[in-house]
Design a protein around this ligand. Structure first.
Ligand code: APR
Length: 276
């Protein structure tokens, strides 16, 4: 399924969401972990997790819009993150991602990432599906991870799709070329108007269908198809838990809503369910 929602609206909302989050964090109420949730998590044989940009917020990973500083501010996002933009101006798109790759290389996983890595070690059947492209879950020690929107630290051949481990940043006006076929290399991320990797999506859907508990952390739950996973889990009988300082379209339907930053809530939840 293609990543869907009207693009400029989506980016504007992410911007508003980040501001609303700052406000919500300032007003944050003391965290209450319902005993029934702690018990359910401890007893779960199968846990699935869906994460979004909010989980990386406390690492300082800038949102798409936040990263549009300086000379990048003049561009419509459609000129930076769509297949047609890459066809029209491959160098501009390559440089935009090279700049963001540098930003991601300078940040580190935060307590939310580490708590989810710890949760994976405590649960027999576990899958973490992330919409984030920063690779921070793996850097925190998570292993059973599917990256629904790809990974900004990797590049692949724009013609064959083969991931290329090493490349040289271009000195001239064009992106580097695939060593096998000579086509341009591109970031290994899912652009707007593109399909999600079918195997990653299928694995996430399977995990959502079979899990006892689904944690949904740091996502506005608006970008499909990832946003459909909570409903899939709920229909299959899972307990769906939202971790977000702000209200989302999922909040009304979630079994539990934990209002607060993921870097505070997730470590507390995992420690409560699995002390010692
Ligand atoms: N802890 C938890 N949640 C947070 C935090 C935090 N510290 N800070 C912000 N949030 C929440 C916001 O309240 C918001 O609901 O994270 C969510 C971020 O929403 P989006 O920016 O819409 O990010 P996401 O849901 O991951 O978007 C999905 O859309 O922009 C595209 O491809 C991009 O992967 C992204 C996809």
């Amino acid at each position: 399924m293609r990543m869907s929602i009207e693009f400029s609206t989506r980016v504007a909302r992410a911007w508003d969401g980040a501001r609303a989050c700052e406000n919500a964090q300032m007003r944050a109420a003391p965290l209450v972990l319902p005993a029934s949730l702690v018990t359910a998590l401890r007893a779960a044989r199968s846990v699935a997790v869906l994460t979004g940009a909010g989980v990386s917020a406390e690492s300082g990973v800038p949102t798409f819009r936040d990263a549009q500083q300086g000379l990048w501010a003049q561009f419509d996002p459609r000129e930076l993150a769509t297949p047609s933009a890459f066809a029209r101006n491959p160098k501009r798109v390559w440089d935009w991602y090279a700049m963001r790759r540098d930003m991601v290389a300078r940040v580190a996983p935060n307590p939310a990432h580490f708590a989810l890595a710890e949760l994976e070690r405590r649960v027999p059947d576990f899958l973490l599906a992330t919409q984030n492209v920063d690779g921070l879950h793996r850097r925190a020690g998570s292993v059973r991870v599917v990256e629904l929107h790809g990974n900004i630290t990797r590049v692949r051949c724009s013609a064959e799709g083969t991931v290329v481990a090493q490349w040289r940043e271009p000195a001239d006006a064009l992106p580097p070329r695939c060593p096998a076929c000579g086509a341009y290399l591109r970031p290994d991320v899912v652009w707007f108007e593109e399909m999600l990797p079918a195997d990653a999506l299928a694995a996430a859907e399977d995990a959502a269908r079979r899990c006892d508990v689904l944690l949904v952390a740091g996502t506005s739950a608006e970008v499909y198809p990832a946003a459909a996973l909570p409903e899939l889990a709920q229909r299959a009988g899972a307990l769906v838990v939202e971790v977000n300082p702000n209200e989302t379209p999922l909040s009304a339907d979630a079994g539990h809503v934990l209002r607060g930053p993921a870097g505070v809530v997730l470590p507390a939840l995992v420690a409560a369910a699995f002390p010692g």
